[in-house]
Design a protein around this ligand. Structure first.
Ligand code: F6P
Length: 551
């Protein structure tokens, strides 16, 4: 098995960097279109109305065959089956990985060991739905008898990014409630939110898988103090609910069990927006929209579980990433949603992808021996074009980009939307085509530029091209298509974990900083560092902060 896997990896890297039959450079894309005008048809794939176009990458038929062989050698399908069967595939935490159960019907029969995961999900969803109906129907009122108009979700990382991203994408003025998200322990965030909130009409959800996260517990205490200041201690309790796996900690915080919406440890934080962690979405958007979001994710799950690998969108997206990262040595990737409503998608994917795939050892603890998760960053188009796209066009190392387009807008401004789409399409075309010295020269001669100026400016105006993009096209942005899109990336992450043989579901790398912050905090309270406890830089900075604070 190890030998077969090594061979499969060897075939992929040799193909990526070795000589091409047509003599073109490794990674080049333009000659592939010249040789095969039907390339779009061969390298674009669909799942329930969502289209993924991989033709503007340097993947060839031969490369795809080698990548699919790698997927088989890495037993991607076997690992997928183990995840579905509820095996503890998150081995370092001895946990199953069953976020797919969150969007599946009770009859789907997901199990985690002896536990009926599907039944558990169904029961929590029913409670969430009943709670939403009571709040939205005005049967559950605030302490002063007023209706809740605003929901404040206090959480961070996976307990914030997914719901905040989806609320931003899907909320419209006709929705039942307004949603607000407080993540950072920086109280400037709380101070910025507070003036827009009326404690009499605000429902506060404390969202934390562990219910121990420093930022969330600090912000929860601030919000409870704010509620209690306006409504009294008893009154504050009527405005609080918790979303967590930790029943004891929610009780210790004083939240009554009927106000706790639980989920299980087989839901990873960054995959939890479909669980009770999504309650702010169900409240703010309405239950039907939340249910459609789950249905979209479920549709992508079914595609992921049933489509052959050669036509399986998450698997293909992962294989193309392997091609870029391991075959061609591209260390980063940009996510460019051409839809302002998806402004927080890059932030959500940063966690989903980088917290999952920023790993340096295999599932057995051995050095992984090859590059793993790339740096993921992004901004909505067209804003990105006026910020970092220069580097993507003319920087030294290619940065593959995902370009997300939405065919039909939900506003009446057809001209604006055409311009938006024109820019998204143009970016992927420009990145791939580039502009040769001959083209630049001809253009400048035609414009009457003096020959000396042409020679001087020419190298600056050449675009190398051959920069890959994957385009994802949604018919429109709605709860269903957003569910599909997010689940597509979640499953891509699973596939990459399987291909690189790393555990994509733990996150030990975040612990050290938390421990050290815990040690530094009492020293900051005391006003001076413990001598010899830190490196010279940390100690020097702590003394300088103390000096500035005492000025
Ligand atoms: O910072 C790491 C992390 O554990 C993330 O994985 C998680 O999404 C976030 O913190 C929040 O954790 P919790 O939901 O337990 O508060």
């Amino acid at each position: 098995m190890a030998e077969r896997l090594d061979e499969a990896w060897g075939a992929v890297t040799t193909l990526a960097t070795g000589p091409r039959p047509d003599g073109s450079a490794p990674g080049s894309i333009r000659p592939l279109f010249a040789a095969d005008p039907a390339r779009f048809g061969r390298f674009s794939h669909r799942a329930d109305g969502l289209l993924l176009d991989l033709s503007k990458t340097s993947i060839t038929g031969e490369a795809m065959a080698a990548l699919l062989d790698l997927a088989r050698a890495a037993d991607l399908e076997g690992k997928r089956a183990a995840m579905v069967a509820g095996e503890p595939v998150n081995a370092t935490e001895r946990r199953a990985v069953l976020h797919m159960a969150l969007r599946a019907p009770g009859s789907a029969g997901f199990r985690a060991g002896s536990e009926d995961a599907s039944a558990d999900v169904g029961a929590v969803l029913q409670r969430m739905q009943a709670f939403c109906a009571s709040v939205q129907g005005g049967r559950l009122l605030g302490a002063t008898g007023e209706r809740f108009t605003d929901v404040l979700n206090i959480g961070i990382g996976g307990s914030d990014l997914g719901p905040a991203m989806a609320a931003r994408a899907l909320w419209t003025p006709g929705c039942p409630m307004r949603a607000h998200y407080l993540g950072n322990v920086d109280a400037h965030a709380w101070e910025a939110l507070r003036p827009g909130l009326d404690p009499r009409r605000t429902l506060v959800l404390v969202a934390s898988k562990t219910f121990t996260t420093q930022e969330t517990m600090t912000n929860a205490a601030l919000a409870r103090g704010w509620l209690a200041g306006a409504l009294g201690e008893e009154g504050a309790n009527a405005h609080l609910a918790a979303l967590s796996t930790n029943m004891k900690a929610t009780a210790d915080f004083g939240i009554a069990p009927d106000r706790v919406f639980p989920f299980r440890d087989w839901v990873g934080g960054r995959f939890s927006m479909w669980s009770a962690i999504g309650l702010s979405l169900a409240l703010a958007l309405g239950w039907d929209r939340f249910a459609r979001l789950l249905a979209g994710a479920r549709a992508m799950d079914q595609h992921f579980l049933s489509a052959p690998l050669a036509d399986n969108l998450p698997a293909l997206l992962a294989l193309v990433e392997v091609w870029h990262v391991n075959g061609l040595g591209y260390p980063s990737r940009a996510v460019l949603p051409y839809d302002e409503r998806l402004a927080r998608l890059p932030a959500h994917l940063q966690q989903v992808e980088m917290e999952s795939l920023g790993k340096r050892v295999t599932t057995d603890g051995a050095p992984v021996g090859r590059a793993t998760g790339p740096v993921v960053f992004g901004e909505p188009g067209t804003n990105a074009q006026h910020s970092f796209m220069q580097l993507l066009h003319q920087g030294t190392t290619p940065v593959p980009a995902d370009i997300i387009l939405v065919a039909r807008p939900d506003h009446p401004h057809a001209d604006s939307h055409r311009k938006l789409l024109a820019n998204g399409l143009a970016q992927s075309e420009a990145l791939m085509r580039g502009k040769t010295a001959e083209e630049v020269r001809a253009e400048m001669e035609k414009a009457g530029t003096a020959p000396a100026d042409i020679e001087c400016l020419l190298p600056h105006r050449v675009f190398p091209g051959d920069r890959p993009t994957a385009t994802i096209l949604l018919p429109r942005l709605d709860p269903f298509t957003l569910g599909q899109l997010v689940a597509l990336y979640e499953h891509k992450v699973f596939c990459l974990g399987a291909l690189w043989n790393v555990n994509a579901f733990d996150q030990w790398g975040v612990e050290l900083g938390k421990q050290l912050a815990g040690a530094i905090l009492p020293e900051l309270e005391k006003g001076e560092p413990r001598s010899g406890a830190h490196d010279g830089s940390t100690e020097g900075l702590m003394r300088e902060i103390g000096r500035l604070q005492n000025k």
